[in-house]
Write a protein that binds this ligand. Structure first.
Ligand SMILES: [Zn+2]
Ligand SMILES: [Zn+2]
Ligand SMILES: [Zn+2]
Length: 306
């Protein structure tokens, strides 16, 4: 009898491990601001380590949402580095998934976030109807402005309309909710995404204006998830001495940390800073990186599985 119970216990344990091994996850395929790292035209101390040594380079912010049980994956953002990033994903996952994602979710029409779509056109991949999930203004922009409208006309991409604050379901109980955030909305609105899998909830806000300009509380939003990937374009106001601080609309990392100062270490540890500008010392200064980690926050790592 004891032997019987023991084998049942072993079976349950192994199923538990199996289920966990099959749980959806995210892989960060890039952590830099739209211009990447190193930044075109920058030969200063921030970028010189990355010009000299290619292992210091970082791609523009993007991530893969991976579902091992359905063997499917989705890409968030089509960056100017998409060519490298699809190869990177394929090598990190040892070719276990289709080379192209099941779909692409895009936040907004700034170059670091959507221009990688051009690689799907007839000049390069000539893809067939890859679903591209976008909010209404972004959809209209891609439909009406060249060269993007050609991707739609030739059926390289298929636009999948999203509605702010409503949820779409992907296989295996993965739910994606787009919402809008304040940002420079010249060609499109700007989305953030909430991703809920069977095991974890994620918040993805790569580009946003000051938190006070948002009609939601960023603290409450972070508290409701397990992992929050947040805009960390600039560390502080000393970074761009030639620019008026009022022109910088992003929340500075110092401001985000002040916003979260009174929250517990558990909340702080959910935050992973992304979208780092080349001038941000969190990208290249080891002492600054250690300081941020000591305060309980994370700096997103390219290739990291979350
Ligand atoms: Zn950006
Ligand atoms: Zn630089
Ligand atoms: Zn932007």
């Amino acid at each position: 009898m004891a032997k019987y119970f023991f084998s049942i216990l072993l079976f349950c344990l192994s199923m538990g491990v199996y289920a966990q091994g099959n749980a959806p996850f995210i892989i960060l395929l890039g952590t830099a601001q739209d211009g990447g790292y190193p930044h075109m035209g920058c030969e200063k101390t921030c970028c010189s380590p990355a010009w000299k040594n290619t292992t210091n380079r970082r791609f523009v912010v993007s991530m893969a949402l991976v579902d091992p049980s359905s063997k499917k994956w989705w890409l968030f953002e089509a960056t100017p580095d998409i060519r490298e990033q699809l190869h990177y994903f394929n090598s990190l996952t040892k070719g276990a998934y289709n080379y192209l994602p099941e779909g692409i979710f895009i936040t907004h029409a700034h170059i670091g976030h959507y221009t990688g779509l051009m690689e799907l056109g007839r000049e390069v991949m000539n893809t067939k109807n890859i679903p591209v999930y976008v909010l209404p203004r972004m959809k209209k922009y891609l439909e009406t402005d060249g060269p993007w409208s050609q991707l739609v006309r030739l059926g390289n991409i298929q636009l999948m309309p999203l509605t702010a604050d409503s949820t779409i379901a992907l296989p295996d109980n993965i739910n994606i909710t787009a919402f809008t955030v304040p940002h420079r909305d010249e060609y499109s609105e700007t989305a953030g995404f909430r991703i809920a899998t069977s095991v974890k909830k994620y918040l993805f806000i790569p580009d946003v204006n000051k938190w006070e300009q948002w009609n939601r509380s960023i603290v409450k939003e972070v508290e409701q998830v397990d992992i929050a990937l947040l805009d960390a374009t600039f560390y502080d106001n000393g970074e761009l001495p030639t620019r008026n601080i009022k022109e910088i609309l992003h929340p500075l990392v110092t401001e985000t940390m002040a916003t979260f100062e009174k929250t517990g270490s558990q909340t702080k540890s959910k935050i992973h800073f992304i979208h780092l500008n080349h001038t941000n010392p969190m990208m290249w200064n080891k002492a600054k990186q250690a300081e941020i980690k000591k305060l309980g926050y994370n700096i997103a790592v390219q290739g990291e599985k979350l």
